[in-house]
Design a protein around this ligand. Structure first.
Ligand SMILES: Cc1cc2nc3c(=O)[nH]c(=O)nc-3n(C[C@H](O)[C@H](O)[C@H](O)COP(=O)(O)O)c2cc1C
Ligand SMILES: O=C(O)C(=O)c1ccccc1
Length: 327
């Protein structure tokens, strides 16, 4: 039941499969004799230096994967030199996660209760989170048919969304809010000075609105195929979004990234960095903090190797001409 929760997507899982299939259709057109020498994968995002452009996507319920929970993921991400985005649906308090690693960003589902939302943001900020990722692809919860079949509705006894505790100590449920609009993102701006990223952009018109509303970053995502089944593969949506944003703010992408060559293609098609969800959950389940560290380091080493073979020294040298559609 819990493995299905992590692996599954919405509906027929067309988008879940599509994210992976889209990378299968793309090929790299390498350059030669570029004398790259050692590659340099270091990446700076909002003033934080990372050793890799591969970040940890926000995912719920890490205690279902491993007894170390989100703290183990944070430890692994920190050891690999990257950012972990802590999910609002984490099963450990953000303070405990921050004590285990960092740098951290915090992912938010804006709640209908604006005061509670502001309190959660303040709490994440106080714990040391350096950016806020606002997920906007979830006005309603996706229809996850594996979870319906398995009757997976709730966390087992003893586990809770620890960052949803209110002033009375009661744990609130994470609510999806179909009344969410750009006005509410503008209000978040008044609540926090942290960089604000919107996660779940697929349409270039929304990318433009994000920039116009003062957002500091855009994450091209279909929630790993867990929300709108039938949504476009993220690597197919990326070029138009990157073109519209035009380097005004960082563009990140997630969904279906499993190999360094996938990262290379995403960076070439306009991403400044990528995030991985299920690979981290699988590594956490299999090997705790060390597993997460090793999975992230393997992805980064694989990217480094692919860049050597494609003739790029730095991520910035990866350009769209290095990618072609397979015949
Ligand atoms: C089990 C699971 C839980 C997730 N929980 C969240 C979440 O709490 N908040 C969020 O913004 N995205 C969530 N996501 C989406 C991820 O942040 C990310 O968009 C997606 O996993 C990327 O696709 P990938 O798993 O193919 O790498 C979740 C994804 C999975 C698989
Ligand atoms: O966002 C998700 O995909 C997800 O699985 C989730 C689970 C619980 C609460 C919020 C999100």
């Amino acid at each position: 039941m819990h493995a299905d929760f992590f692996a599954g997507g919405a509906g027929e899982e067309r988008t879940l499969r599509g994210n992976l299939a889209a990378y299968d259709r793309l090929r790299i057109v390498p350059r030669v004799l570029r004398a790259t020498g050692e590659r340099d994968l270091r990446t700076t995002l909002f003033g934080t230096g990372l050793s890799t452009p591969v970040l940890v996507a926000p995912t719920a319920f890490h205690l279902l994967a491993h007894p170390g929970g989100e703290a183990a993921t944070a430890e692994g991400a920190a050891a690999a030199g990257t950012v972990m985005v802590v999910s609002m649906a984490a099963t450990q308090p953000v303070e405990a996660i921050a004590a285990a690693g960092g740098p951290l960003w915090f992912q938010l589902y804006p709640q209908p209760d604006l005061a509670f939302t502001a309190a959660v943001v303040k709490r994440a900020e106080a714990a040391g989170c350096r950016a806020l990722v606002v997920t906007v692809d979830s006005p309603v919860f996706g229809r996850r048919e594996r979870d319906l079949r398995n009757r997976f509705t709730d966390l087992p006894d003893g586990l809770a969304c620890e960052n949803m505790r209110d002033a009375t100590g009661r744990v609130r449920t994470v609510e999806m809010d179909a009344t969410l609009g750009w006005d509410r993102l503008a209000r978040l701006r008044e609540v926090t000075g942290l960089p604000l990223l919107v996660k779940g952009i697929l349409h270039p018109a929304d990318a433009r609105l994000a920039v116009e509303h003062g957002m500091d970053g855009v994450i091209v995502s279909n929630h790993g195929g867990r929300q709108l089944d039938g949504a476009i593969a993220t690597i197919d949506a990326l070029p138009a979004v990157a073109e519209t944003v035009g380097r005004r703010v960082p563009v990140l992408v997630d969904g279906g990234i499993r190999r360094g060559t996938d990262v290379l293609i995403a960076l070439a098609l306009g991403a400044d960095a990528v995030l991985v969800g299920r690979p981290v959950l699988e590594a956490l389940a299999a090997g705790g903090a060390r597993g997460v560290q090793r999975r992230l380091e393997r992805l980064t080493a694989d990217l480094d190797h692919a860049m050597a073979l494609a003739g790029a020294k730095r991520p910035a040298e990866l350009t769209p001409d290095l990618v072609a559609v397979a015949g």
